[in-house]
Structure formats: structure tokens, C-alpha cells
Design a protein around this ligand. Structure first.
Ligand code: DC
Length: 217
């Protein structure tokens, strides 16, 4: 079964999705890394990020693969490059193009199909678009100041103030939620969990309880 974990940045999605995948012995796909790989490819090829056709042509010419969390472009490990600031921003810009999304979503669906159709898949539109029939859909949220504080603990944010991190998160939220193609929003049948005042363990337990409830039905 697919367990969809959606939500904006800084809510603990990756940590929770990882832990749930481990507990259930399922593969884990971080779909953000697929858009990051698309953004990095566009930057490398000099494709203007707001030009959908140019971005699409750039990513059509490369092979993006993800194996156990290691992302490669044409066989070269780019996992660390994907966390660079300019790539974070580029990923959000290229993710707004419907044609680019179509291609990247196909890659995500093929990744899960190749693994027998069961995985913990995290992103922004997993429950709404990529796997609308997922039996478990989680949408994580947290108060803005909590998200900024969590992000400031990440290595890539080491030299930024919390105000700067909060402003960048807000800008990306706005871009991700206001785009026409698959905007960031909870699926109607998603379980919304506010992680602001919960520990990781508590969130993981809630998700596992939901998986259990579906399994027993
Ligand atoms: O989760 P992340 O920060 O690695 O995601 C990077 C960007 O990719 C984010 O700004 C929006 C986009 N994204 C998306 O549009 N749909 C997804 N399922 C995952 C990420």
C-alpha cells in the first residue's frame, strides 16, 4: 500500500516518513528530491527556469535515478548538490510547470510500481494527484515559527537567521500553494496532523495507528 505524507517544508515530513518506512519495512520516496533533481538539471543546462519547454527539454535529456535515498543524474551522485540554496529555489520554480510535473510524476509512479506498489511517499501532492487512491493520507502542518526553528537546525541553514529562514519558507509556501498545477493542499480524505507540539515519536505513532486501522478494515 502507499502511505502518502504531504505538507509544506519544515513540518518534519522527511523524518516522519523515514521512520514510518523503517517501522513498516517499506521503501521511502522523497518526491521533493525529484523536483530538486529537475531544478539542478535546468540550472546546469542553463535552461531559463520560467521556460517550461526549455526545462522539459533539459530533463528529457538526462536519467534521474533514486536508489535508497541516493539521487543520481546520469549515474553521478548529486544528493548533496540537491540541498544547495539555489537548487531549493529552482525546484520550486520548475515544479510550477504542468508539463514538468507530468514527467516527474510519471517517474515517481514508476519508482513505486517497480517496488511492488508499496511505499511511504512524501511530497506536496501525493494524496491529491500522484496516488489519489492511497489508503493512508497524512498531511502534516506546524506553526510558522516552529517550522523556521526546525529548519534552522538543518545543516543547509547553518548561516541564516531565523527571520531569513521564515521569509524563505513563506515565499516557497506561497509559490507551492498558489500555482495552478497541483498546488500544495490537503486531500479531502487526508488526516491532518499539527506537529507543532508533538514529538517525532508521537507523530510516528499516530501515523502507524492510522496504517493499522486501515490494515484491519
Ligand atoms: O520537499 P522539498 O523541499 O525537497 O521540495 C522541493 C520543491 O519541490 C518544493 O518547493 C515544491 C516541489 N515539490 C512539489 O511541487 N511536489 C512534490 N510532491 C514535492 C516537492
Amino acid at each position: 500500500m502507499v502511505i502518502a505524507v504531504d505538507g509544506p517544508g519544515g513540518v518534519g515530513k522527511s523524518t516522519v516518513a523515514n521512520r514510518v518506512a523503517e517501522a513498516l519495512e517499506l521503501p521511502h520516496l522523497d518526491t521533493g528530491s525529484t523536483y530538486r533533481a529537475a531544478g539542478l538539471t535546468a540550472l546546469r543546462m542553463g535552461a531559463p527556469l520560467d521556460d517550461s519547454d526549455a526545462v522539459l527539454a533539459a530533463i528529457a535529456g538526462v536519467d534521474i535515478s533514486i536508489v535508497e535515498g541516493v539521487v543520481s543524474i546520469d549515474g553521478a551522485d548529486v544528493t548533496e548538490d540537491l540541498r544547495r540554496d539555489e537548487v531549493t529555489k529552482a525546484s520550486s520554480v520548475v515544479a510550477a510547470h504542468p508539463d514538468v510535473r507530468e514527467r516527474i510524476v510519471a517517474l515517481q509512479q514508476a519508482w513505486v510500481a517497480k517496488r511492488g506498489g508499496s511505499a511511504v511517499v512524501e511530497g506536496r501532492d501525493i494524496g491529491t494527484v500522484v496516488f489519489p487512491d492511497a489508503p493512508v493520507k497524512i498531511y502534516l502542518t506546524a506553526r510558522p515559527e516552529i517550522r523556521a526553528a526546525r529548519r534552522s537546525g538543518d545543516a543547509e541553514a547553518a548561516d541564516k537567521s531565523e527571520d531569513q529562514i521564515a521569509a524563505e519558507l513563506a515565499a516557497r509556501d506561497h509559490r507551492d500553494s498558489s500555482r495552478k498545477a497541483s498546488p500544495l493542499r490537503p486531500a479531502d480524505d487526508a488526516e491532518i496532523i499539527d506537529t507543532s507540539d508533538l514529538s517525532i515519536d508521537e507523530v510516528v505513532e499516530r501515523v502507524l495507528a492510522l496504517v493499522d486501522a486501515v490494515g484491519r478494515r
